[in-house]
Design a protein around this ligand. Structure first.
Ligand code: ADP
Ligand code: ZN
Ligand code: ZN
Length: 697
């Protein structure tokens, strides 16, 4: 098979074909070209765009071009090194583009591995016939066969869940509501095995890259007998271009029967799916935070709908959106109310820090409980969602606090080595040396303010000299593979005390962890974001769920200055359902999601004024449009407001929130609105972006 057919080699007598091409350019979406050779929808082509050459994807073959035919340029080459993208995949991508109000090319192209969408990989002396052929020439890497692990006998609840999933004919959304440690993974694995046995493929999404090795291991061990040695493909953002290409090709060719991945894997090119799994469906990492701001969880439901297959969303603390859908029987709930191994859930204790003498942020209760667990040879997890040594550096004489010069935030003190420290901005990445003296008053006595994971780690090592303390956060795991190695050492029992951020809270099945201590949980309590309590509750339940998973009698100690808050009271009783009921009532009273739908227009500029002016104009426009098009639909337009951290990387940011109880009406308004926004007077002075179903407000 010829891999590339240069356009000039094809006979000119062939009939002219007009092709509509999606390109990854920020402007309009689709551009028409002329091709003298056979092209089908889903093919990739090289075309000239302005002065550049780009790779695009053919999404249509119009009878006549959308512009003056004499101005239409020729396709430079048709790439035939892979099968065309399927129509069902393109249909899915089109839905995503329309729903999130973005150009189609911005959805399609980034979903392809880099080598398949970059012109240089097809041109120049060293390119050969392109990346696909080069890859094939190298010996295909065979995965080592994995040792088969013991398959536990499902308990009756798990059995019922698997049966329901497999019995589903056609589209159906299941909410697998199982407490932490209830064995949701087993349900996924059994349902996946049965789906594979029926000749269908499986897509399994997890929120974090760090969870993929753990899942991958079980998947390979359990499912390779059904799926084949190369039957499992893993997709996440930390793969190299080559690794991603290899995985993608195995999926597209049909060799890989199971795809395991983080949110981007929702765009994996597989059609004959029989089941989609979204584990920890409530997790905010399913939401992409730039470019196409999609929710992989929501897209999973839509993709399942489109393909007519079941999808299962699993969580111990479902998102209120999913819970509300289950309450309305739009989703079918499957419950795993008890832990699979341990008889009990961990006991939770709230330690009121208001009247306590704390030692480096640790209450006497926590220290004592740690001592007891360590003496009993159990592991302890200390959770603090704040990395670095201290959140700021502070001058005791004049009150100076270290601040970023580019953002309206404090800079975080980081220990690089025992001798060397730096101040880092967690928003723009700026790194500064620590000043020798206060820049304002010259006093040399600068002190760290508050504490982060590094400082806690340091103190725990002093407090428990015999204990092996390990810290797992974004800083300690920068090197590829290091997170995996650290988690492996915890599982192997080479660690006594684990200090970590949310990275350690999710999913991990630690066998010997008896105690979880939560420091500074209150940070999220008073956030402006209406989802903050939901997020805090999920986070606390998750991290609490790491304790006593195998042995039972696990214990959780939460240090708080506000033990009476509803979030903590619900946590005390492991009462997700109660918390959800209470929160949904509040949401309903305030007409907030899931009782309404939102879109967020954000704008940024060097100065705040143009950003706010643009948003005010945009608000005016939306109000006119809604009066004109949809008189009966209630649209709430909030006032444009600056963000809490108003300046980041020298750009001032503001946002405008739109809300409606009618989703289709909101969607159609957004479409009209987006066409007109570029003509707004301030549109060229600001960078703006629209987000549908924003998660953070
Ligand atoms: P979840 O994802 O619901 O938090 P896991 O799937 O990690 O829970 O399961 C928790 C532990 O229980 C794991 O060690 C798992 O191997 C074990 N497990 C799951 N199902 C069973 C079962 N039916 N019998 C015995 N152990 C089980
Ligand atoms: Zn000072
Ligand atoms: Zn900064």
């Amino acid at each position: 098979m010829a891999d590339i057919i240069p356009a000039e080699c094809v006979q000119t007598s062939a009939p002219i074909r007009w092709v509509r091409v999606a390109l990854d350019v920020p402007l309009a979406d689709l551009y028409d070209y002329r091709s003298n050779e056979a092209v089908v929808v889903g093919d990739r082509v090289i075309v000239a765009f302005g002065r550049r050459k780009m790779i695009g994807v053919v999404v249509g073959l119009p009878e006549v071009p959308g512009c003056d035919p004499s101005k239409v340029k020729d396709v430079l080459a048709v790439l035939k090194d892979i099968a065309p993208l399927s129509s069902s995949w393109l249909h899915f991508a089109t839905f995503a583009a329309e729903y999130y109000q973005r150009p189609l090319g911005e959805v399609i192209l980034p979903a392809l591995p880099m080598p398949l969408r970059s012109v240089p990989s097809y041109q120049g002396k060293r390119s050969g016939a392109g990346p696909v052929v080069r890859l094939a020439k190298r010996r295909a890497s065979q995965q080592e066969a994995t040792a088969t692990s013991v398959v536990p006998q499902l308990n009756s609840q798990q059995e019922q869940a698997v049966t329901a999933l497999i019995a589903a004919k056609g589209f159906k959304t299941f909410l697998l509501y199982g407490v932490t440690g209830s064995g949701k993974t087993e349900v996924y694995l059994h349902a996946a095995a049965q789906t594979l046995a029926l000749g269908k493929r499986v897509l399994m999404l997890v929120p974090e890259i760090n969870l993929t090795p753990q899942f991958e291991q079980s998947l390979r061990a359990r499912l390779e007998p059904v799926a084949g040695v190369n039957g499992v493909a893993v997709m996440h953002s930390a793969l190299s271009d080559g690794e991603r290409l290899r995985a993608w090709l195995r999926v597209q060719s049909g060799e890989a029967r199971i795809v395991l991945g983080t949110r981007l894997a929702i765009f994996a090119p597989l059609d004959d799916l029989g089941l989609i799994v979204v584990d920890e469906e409530h997790d905010p990492s399913y939401k992409q935070q730039d470019g196409l701001r999609y929710s992989a969880r929501d897209l999973a439901v839509w993709r399942a709908h489109d393909l007519g297959i079941p999808v299962v969303l699993g969580s111990a603390t479902p998102s209120l959106e999913s819970w509300a859908n289950a309450e309305k029987s739009i989703y079918q709930r499957l419950d795993l109310p008890a832990r699979a191994r341990a008889v009990t859930l961990p006991s939770v204790r709230l330690v009121d820090t208001r009247r306590l003498q704390m030692d480096h942020g640790l209450s006497p209760h926590l220290v004592e409980a740690m001592r007891a667990r360590l003496a009993n040879k159990e592991q302890v997890l200390i959770f603090l969602n704040r990395r670095g040594y201290a959140p700021a550096l502070h001058c005791n004489s004049c009150g100076w606090v270290s601040q970023c010069t580019r953002c309206t935030t404090f800079t975080v003190l980081h220990r690089l080595t025992a001798q060397r420290a730096q101040l880092h901005c967690h928003h723009c990445g700026l790194a500064q040396n620590v000043p020798k003296a206060c820049p304002d008053c010259g006093d040399q006595d600068l002190q760290p303010m508050g504490r982060g994971t590094q400082r806690v780690e340091e103190h725990l090592a002093e407090l428990f000299p015999g204990a092996r303390v390990v810290r797992i956060d974004a800083d300690s795991t920068r090197k590829k593979g290091s997170a995996q190695a650290l988690f492996a050492s915890v599982h192997a029992g080479e660690v006594d005390i684990l200090v970590g951020t949310q990275m350690v809270a999710k999913g991990h099945d630690f066998a010997n962890l008896g105690l979880v201590g939560v420091l500074n949980a209150d940070a999220l309590l008073f956030s402006q974001d209406f989802r903050a309590p939901e997020r805090l509750f999920a986070q606390l339940m998750q991290v609490a769920g790491r304790a006593g998973r195998h042995s039972g009698h696990g214990e959780v100690i939460v240090q708080t200055g506000y033990p009476e808050q509803a979030v903590y009271q619900a946590l005390l009783k492991h009462d997700y359902a109660g918390f959800a009921r209470h929160s949904l009532q509040e949401r309903q009273a305030a007409a907030l999601p899931p009782f309404s739908y939102q879109a967020l227009l954000s704008a940024e500029a060097r100065e705040l004024t143009p950003a706010l002016d643009f948003l005010r104009g945009a608000r005016e426009l939306a109000s006119e449009l809604s009066a004109h098009y949809q008189t009966e639909v209630v649209l709430t337009l909030y006032d444009p407001v600056p963000l809490r951290i108003v300046r980041v990387d020298n750009m001032c940011r503001a946002q405008l929130l739109l809300e409606s109880t009618n989703r289709p009406a909101l969607q159609s308004l957004l479409r009209h609105w987006l066409k007109l926004l570029p003509e707004q007077p301030d549109a060229r002075r600001v960078r703006w972006q629209l987000e549908v179903d924003p998660l953070e407000i």
